[in-house]
Every structure is written in structure tokens, then in C-alpha cells.
Design a protein around this ligand. Structure first.
Ligand code: GLY
Ligand code: MN
Ligand code: MN
Length: 424
């Protein structure tokens, strides 16, 4: 509210419940911006912030209590709890929003709102403003500035507080336990979905859900970046790439490990694995306050280009290979992204055309990879179908960084020792 100043108003709608079919809904997940400011998990709600408003600065429109509906859909907080439990200064029934909100907007100069992500709500906001405009002749005032709320709010979300970091530690810890569990029961003949099931078990027994659809890709499936069919059989001699994380109290982890299904890397797999590990180490070294956003990626690119050249998989001078992007055939994504309430979290990567400078409290993933698809017909067959990514979650600290997922082994010998260790 201090950032908006007097005369500002911000309006945030809750996420919409989505129907899958008939009486079945998709699992409901509150909008991250809305939850960040309110901690309120119910649909059909709107939060309004009006700095300096004498009758109350934080308003909530929520569903009224309704004993009959609550028998079917579960408990509602209702108007009273919006105030007593969620800290609103005042609360109103969501059904009255058309009558109440325009009158509050009227007293404001600037509307802070995330335009364009919710066309239905964009339309309603415009209709409230148009109602005021139509009354303009009778002396009603209309705000004359619309400002994207994202810049203010997403900048706040980028710097994690102590409480947020503790939720992220928990999300990391549960994901680490799940990955260990999955690795320890991995063996040829099982199926990708059986590995996925280990995550479902470990997540649910810790009270959390996946933060995204787990990727369990064996063999060449690992080279399909968003693979999540997870139906194939785990073959002796192949690698398994597992990218899976969970959400604890609305904060995500996002973790990838790649390991030999039979517990032993072959020579080519090990050679590629070593490069990805070198790239991750090189990138991690750059995750310190004062580094710029692109530096970890550039370091990973150098390590990968150098490694692929060493193996003869790309040819040329290192400088040319990097300049011309020859490595991109095998490393086609960036080395990381912000991590927080959303897996690909909010926050600008550039500020006035300059890459952002890393600061304490920011959390990002570091996830280099090399993917040699079956379609790389110019390469010897022994290289094809190798897809490797190593992904960890990293907090920028005052004097460097902390890898939140560091308890999950990445050194190849340790990885080999863990694979299948719970069997027999
Ligand atoms: N799991 C999505 C990602 O790694 O970005
Ligand atoms: Mn991931
Ligand atoms: Mn990621």
C-alpha cells in the first residue's frame, strides 16, 4: 500500500474454479498474487486495497455463509472470518460487489490491476468504471490512470521473506526425500509410472501436492523437455530423467535428477553426466549477490560447449561454438528461472534493459542439461537417446548462496550407490 500511495486502489480477484465435467471440478488452487496478499484460499473472492481510506484500507468480498451449500462444498469462512481471521478491515458479500465497489473506485485516482490475465474480470472492472463515467455529468469522479499491479507486486514476491524461505525449505526437503525414495527403488522392468507413484506417495504422506506434472522420462523420452506420459518400461542400460517437485503452503520446489536405471552409467552416459555436472557447478559459482541474471547461464553454456567439443560432438573453436550457438542443438533451454509460489515464478529478469542483479532473498533454479535425441543421425548411435538434466533450487544469501536441495546426491558415484539401494 505504501508503494501505491494515497489515491491508489488495487483490485485482485481470486482464481476461478474450473469445471472438468458435470459435477467434477479440477483441483482448485488459489491465484498466487491473491494468496500472497490475503492467505485466503476460497474462490469467488475479491481483495481490494485502498491506502489511506479512512473507513478501511483492506477490503474483502467473499462468499456469504450458506449452511445448505456448505453441506455439499465444505466450509466457508464468511464475512466475519474475513475480518477476524484474515485481517480485512471490512468485508462484503461477493454478490454485492457491483453495488459497492464502483463507489470505492470513485474516490481513487489510480487503479492498480493485472490487466489481460482474466478477460472476464477485465470486463467487469471496465463496466464499473464505465458506470462511473456515465454518471460523470452528475459530478461523479472517475480514476484516470490504470497501472499494471504486476510490477509492484511481483517485485515483492521476488524477494522471499524468512517465512517464505522456510516454506521453500520444506518444499525442497520433501522433494529431496521423494527423489531419494524413487532412486532407491529404480530397476529395469519397472515402468515410469511406478517411479511417479513413489512421488505421489511421498508427497501425499507429507500433505503436499506436485507443483507441476512430474516428468519421468526413460531413454530417449528424457530428450522431450515436457514429456509427462510416464508410461514406458524402464530398460536396462537406459537413463531415467525425473523432474518432480511439490508445493508446500503454496511454495514450490522444482528438482531434477538423472540416473542409470540399472545403477551403472555407461561410458557415454557418464561423459555427458560429467559435463552437465560441471556446467551446474560453474553456474552455481555465479549465484552470488551482485552477479547478473545471465551470468550463471553463460557459465553453464561455456562448460557445456567446452565439454561437447572435448567429446567431438560439436566442432570448431570454443568462441565460435558459443557465438554461433552450436551447443543449442543439445542445450536448448535456459539454465534457470525464478522459483516461488509459481514454479516459473514472477519477477522481471531485466530492469531497464539490463539483466537483473542477484540479491539476497531471491530463489532460482540452476538446471543445465544436455539432450541428444534419437534424431541426431549424424552422431554415432552410442550417443543417441541420452538426455540429462540436473536441477537444484538455490537461495541467494548475503554472502553467496544456499542450495535448498543439496541433500539430494548429484555426484555420479553417490547417485549410482543410491539407485536400487532399497531393493532385495
Ligand atoms: N519443471 C519445470 C522446469 O524445470 O522448469
Ligand atoms: Mn524442473
Ligand atoms: Mn525448473
Amino acid at each position: 500500500m505504501r508503494m501505491m500511495g494515497k489515491g491508489g486502489i488495487s483490485i485482485l480477484p481470486a482464481a476461478v474454479a474450473k469445471i472438468r465435467n458435470r459435477d467434477v471440478d479440477y483441483p482448485y488452487r488459489q491465484d498466487s498474487d491473491f494468496y500472497y496478499l490475503t492467505g485466503f484460499a476460497e474462490p469467488e473472492s475479491v481483495a481490494v486495497l485502498v491506502p489511506g481510506r479512512a473507513e478501511g484500507e483492506f477490503l474483502m468480498f467473499v462468499r456469504d455463509k450458506d449452511p445448505e451449500r456448505e453441506v455439499w462444498d465444505g466450509r466457508r469462512a464468511g464475512l466475519d472470518e474475513a475480518v477476524t481471521k484474515y485481517g480485512a478491515d471490512d468485508s462484503f458479500p461477493i454478490t454485492d460487489i457491483d453495488d459497492i465497489l464502483p463507489g470505492i473506485i470513485e474516490s481513487c485516482e489510480r487503479v492498480y490491476y493485472s490487466m489481460g490475465t482474466r478477460p472476464d474480470f477485465d470486463g467487469r472492472l471496465m463496466s464499473w468504471v464505465n458506470t462511473l463515467r456515465a454518471q460523470g455529468r452528475t459530478g461523479t469522479h472517475t480514476p484516470d490512470e490504470f497501472i499494471a499491479l504486476d510490477h509492484l507486486l511481483h517485485d515483492l514476491r521476488l524477494y522471499k521473506s524468512r517465512a517464505e524461505i522456510s516454506a521453500m525449505r520444506k518444499a525442497a526437503k520433501i522433494a529431496v526425500a521423494a527423489h531419494k525414495r524413487a532412486m532407491s527403488v529404480c530397476e529395469p522392468g519397472k515402468h515410469e509410472y511406478e517411479i511417479e507413484a513413489e512421488f505421489a506417495f511421498e508427497f501425499r504422506r507429507n500433505g503436499v501436492h506436485p507443483s507441476y506434472q512430474p516428468i519421468v522420462g526413460s531413454g530417449a523420452n528424457a530428450c522431450v523437455l515436457h514429456y509427462n506420459d510416464n508410461n514406458d518400461r524402464l530398460e536396462d542400460g537406459d537413463l531415467l530423467l525425473v523432474d518432480a517437485g511439490c508445493e508446500f503452503d503454496y511454495y514450490a520446489s522444482d528438482v531434477t535428477r538423472t540416473y542409470p536405471i540399472n545403477g551403472r552409467f555407461n561410458e557415454e552416459q557418464r561423459a555427458i553426466y560429467d559435463i552437465v555436472l560441471e556446467a551446474q557447478d560453474a553456474a552455481l559459482e555465479c549465484v552470488v549477490p551482485g552477479s547478473m541474471w545471465h551470468e550463471p547461464h553463460d557459465a553453464a553454456v561455456r562448460a557445456i560447449a567446452r565439454g561437447l567439443k572435448r567429446l567431438g560432438l560439436i566442432k570448431g573453436t570454443l568462441a565460435n561454438l558459443i557465438r554461433d550457438g552450436a551447443y543449442r542443438k543439445f542445450f536448448m533451454h535456459r539454465t534457470g528461472h525464478w522459483l516461488g509460489m509459481d514454479v516459473h515464478d514472477v519477477g522481471d529478469y531485466k530492469v531497464s534493459d539490463q539483466w537483473r542483479v542477484l540479491e539476497p532473498g531471491m530463489v532460482l533454479t540452476v538446471e543445465p542439461g544436455i539432450y541428444i535425441g534419437e534424431n541426431q543421425s549424424k552422431l554415432a548411435k552410442r550417443w543417441r537417446g541420452i538426455g540429462i538434466r540436473i536441477e537444484d533450487d538455490v537461495l541467494v544469501t548475503r554472502d553467496g548462496h544456499e542450495v535448498l536441495t543439496k541433500d539430494l546426491p548429484r555426484e555420479p558415484d553417490q547417485v549410482e550407490a543410491l539407485v536400487g539401494s532399497a531393493l532385495n
